[in-house]
Every structure is written in C-alpha cells, then in structure tokens.
Design a protein. Structure first.
Length: 471
C-alpha cells in the first residue's frame, strides 16, 4: 500500500483556514468603496440629497412674503360717448420684517360719474405712506412665523437626509457582511469537498491494499456526496447574497451594476470591546447630534412658534394707514406737522370677535399639539438611549463569543488532525475522521457567522448612535 504522509494530510486539512480565506488585493471589494459608490449613485441617496434642496426651496417660498412688489390697476368705462369713469393706480409695496408695510405710488381718477371719494386732480396724485398694525400683527404675524418655520424646516430636511442615508448605509453594511459570511462558508465547503474526495481516494487505495473494509469506502463515498450537496447549497447562497448586495450598486445615470464572481469581500478585522467611557461618549453624541433628535427639536420649535402665533391672535387686530398726497412730488412739506394738517389720507381698521371661539380653539389645538410632541420627544430620547445601549451590548457580547469560538475552532481542528493521524496508524475509522472533520468545519463556519454578525452589529451601532456613515 502507498502510505499517505501525515504532513500531507495536515496540509490538506489546513486548506480550510489558509486557502479558503486567502485573497488578492485587486479582487477585494471593500465596504468603504461600496458605501462611497452607494452615496454617489444610489437612487435613494439621490432622493435624500434632494431633501436639502427641497428645504431651501420651502424657505425661499416663505421669504417671498417679504418681496417688494409692483402693483398696477386700471379700470375705465365709456358708454355712448360718455366717459363714466377712469381709474389708474400704480405703485410699489415694501413689506417689513416687524409688521408695517410701506407703499408709494401714483393714482389718477376722473370721469363724469366717478365716486367723489376717489376723485383726483386731472394731473393725478402721487402718494407715499404705510400700513401700521398696532395689535396682533405688530407683535407677531404669519409672515414671520412662516420664515422662522421655514428655517427650522430646512434644518429638519437636512437631518432627514442624514437619517435616510445612515439607514441606507446600515442596510448596505448588513448585506455586505451577509455576502462575507456566504463567501467564507462557500470557501469552507469547497475545501471540505476537496478533503472528502481525498479521503475517498485514500480509502479506496487502502481497501485495494487490504487495510480497510469495503464499508469504509462506502462511508467515504457518502461523505463526498454530502459535501457536494453542502457545496452546491453554499454556492447558491453565495450567488443570492452577491445579487442582494448588487441591488445597492449603481453607476452614473442610474445604470445598475453587478458584483462580479471573482470579487471577494474584505477580511474580518478584530476590534476591542467598547468600554463604559466610550458608551457614555456615544450616548452624549446621540443626545446632541442624532438626526432624529434634531428633527424632533425642530418639530417642537415649530409648534412653539405656532402656539405663539395663536396666542397673539387673541389680541384685537388693529391696523392704521396713512398716505401723504401731492400733485407736485418735488415740492415736499416744510415742516413735519404739514404731513398731518393737509394733503393726506388716513384710515383705521379694527377687527375683534366678541366670543373669540375660533381663535381660542386654534390656541387650544396648538397647545395640545405641542404637549403631544413634547411627550413624543421624551419617548424618543429614551428609545434612542436604549437602542445605543442594546447595540453596544450586542457588539461586546459577540466580541466575547468570537474569542471563545476561535479557541473552540482551533481545538476541533487539532482533534481532526489527531483523528486522521490515528486513522493512518490503523487506530481509527473513516467514520471517525469524517465526524471530526465535520465538527471542525461546523465550528469554523460558526466562527465566520459570528464575525459577520459582529460587523453587522457595529454597523447598526453606528446607525443607532446617529453618526454619519458616509459623506
């Protein structure tokens, strides 16, 4: 019989831990490169980026309430040769942040049947004046509220963008480490299949030499078939994992990309456990910078502004107006008292509901909405804190399990090597060799599963903390 050296047997078994996980740099697809590609070209990332532009547009819309405007209005009626009336009014209106509106313009109204209150000299009248609220709208008004809420909305949109991109990055990281696990499992299965073929060939040779019974060759043949089934299953799982990760890969102009078969995931890198000090730092970061926290703060502030607006709505609405009139704009009054003694138009408008039911209801609703969102804010703070603590527990627990599993895997590999040595000395059977190798492979696959879970838990921790995953 041709002897099979122990050295060759050991090297074949070590294929699982060496050749199975060897990689070349040019074929390795790193997670950071995947995330960079996702941020640049993924449709969901593009949608998230549009939120910033949307927030700016909404703020611009609110600021439009303070645009200087030009107004022109002309009306004329002529019937059977009779000039009934002709109205022309044009001017500039200038809103101000603190309430009043300035207006300057020119009007000319004439005709046989014109309303006497609208009559002007034939050459027309120039005017300059203002509308001055001295009630609710002087303290606060809807235009100021709209701009302030628009600024808050812009910040909220930016934080919503960060949240969506972080969520997308966490999903991509999960699928990436699923691909990593399936790749490692496939490599283990492929090398296990090679070892089973070697076992079968060796058992046949020893059977021919009279050292083994025929049942041992049957056992070895069954092992080959079982390993083949496992290899095909692992290959299918790897292909599906690769396709799942490929759904996140896009190029310019929304061109879908696909991860090629020759590409490999990066290797696992161990990391130290998260200390109590690091946990407190992460909790502090979450309380200050988590996008959900910042969004909620924006919502609370918006409702506070709404409550303020509804509060001032309980004040009577009083508006005064004044226009200085002249048909000679270049000839200004000599003293300030002339503006109130001659050539002016003044007005007063007062609006006050007697029961205030509508405004009181709006105030109560705004108050209740603010109370509800504040309660939601407290719950959100608590949920995020628990989420970070749970994620840290998962990371640290998996880190401990990996250390133990590495030792278990090494022990089972030594047992498998020892069992093969006993088999070569005629002190064991192919059944025991297969059993030891099976257990060794199972523990190695379990180790890679724990490593993948560990990396996924770290990605989730980053998401739970609210840190920016990609820029």
């Amino acid at each position: 019989m041709k002897k099979i050296s122990k050295r060759k047997n050991i090297l074949l078994l070590l294929l699982v831990t060496t050749q199975a996980f060897s990689q070349t740099a040019d074929s390795t697809l790193f997670l950071k490169d995947v995330l960079k590609q996702v941020y640049q070209y993924h449709p969901l990332a593009a949608q998230a980026k549009n939120l910033s532009a949307q927030g700016k547009a909404e703020l611009l819309f609110a600021r439009g309430n303070y645009d200087v405007s030009f107004e022109f209005e002309a009306t004329q009626k002529v019937f059977k040769g009779t000039d009934y009336y002709s109205y022309i009014d044009q001017g500039l209106k200038v809103p101000t942040w603190f309430g009043p509106e300035l207006k300057a313009g020119f009007e000319r109204n004439n005709g046989q049947y014109i309303n006497p209150s609208d009559y002007t000299p034939p050459e027309g009248l120039a005017y300059i004046g203002f509308y001055l609220p001295i009630g609710r709208n002087l303290i606060y008004d809807e235009r100021r509220a709209a701009v302030q809420q628009g600024k808050l909305g812009q910040n909220m949109a930016e934080n919503e963008k960060i949240k969506l991109i972080n969520k997308l990055a966490a999903t991509v990281a999960k699928d990436y480490w699923d691909w990593y696990y399936q790749y490692k499992k496939y490599q283990v299965s492929k090398n296990a299949y090679k070892i089973s073929e070697f076992n079968y060939v060796a058992s046949v040779e020893r059977f021919k030499a009279g050292d083994l019974a025929s049942i041992d060759t049957t056992e070895a043949s069954t092992g080959v078939q079982q390993r083949y089934i496992e290899l095909n299953s692992a290959q299918n799982d790897l292909q599906n994992a690769r396709l799942t990760l490929s759904t996140h890969m896009w190029g310019s102009d929304f061109m879908p990309l696909e991860i090629q078969d020759y590409m490999k995931p990066q290797n696992y890198t161990s990391s130290a456990q998260i200390s109590h000090k690091e946990l407190e730092e992460k909790l502090g970061y979450t309380k200050l910078y988590h996008p959900e926290i910042l969004k909620m703060q924006g919502k609370v502030r918006q409702l506070e502004l709404e409550k303020k607006l509804r509060t001032v709505s309980l004040i009577p609405n009083i508006i005064t107006s004044y226009r200085y009139l002249t048909n000679d704009p270049l000839n200004t009054p000599k003293t300030s008292s002339d503006y109130l003694q001659n050539n002016y138009k003044i007005g007063l408008y007062i609006y006050q509901p007697l029961l205030w039911r509508k405004d009181r209801a709006k105030y109560q609703l705004a108050k209740l909405k603010l109370q509800n969102i504040q309660s939601e804010q407290h719950q959100l703070n608590r949920d995020l804190e628990i989420g970070v603590r749970s994620a840290v527990n998962d990371v640290n627990n998996l880190d401990s399990l990996i250390i133990i599993q590495e030792k278990v895997s090494q022990s089972y590999q030594r047992l498998a090597i020892a069992e093969r040595a006993k088999f070569e000395n005629g002190e064991s059977t192919i059944f025991m060799v297969n059993s030891r190798e099976t257990k060794s492979l199972e523990t190695l696959i379990k180790l890679e599963e724990l490593r993948a879970k560990h990396e996924k838990s770290r990605a989730y921790l980053q998401y739970a903390t609210g840190e920016k995953a990609i820029e």
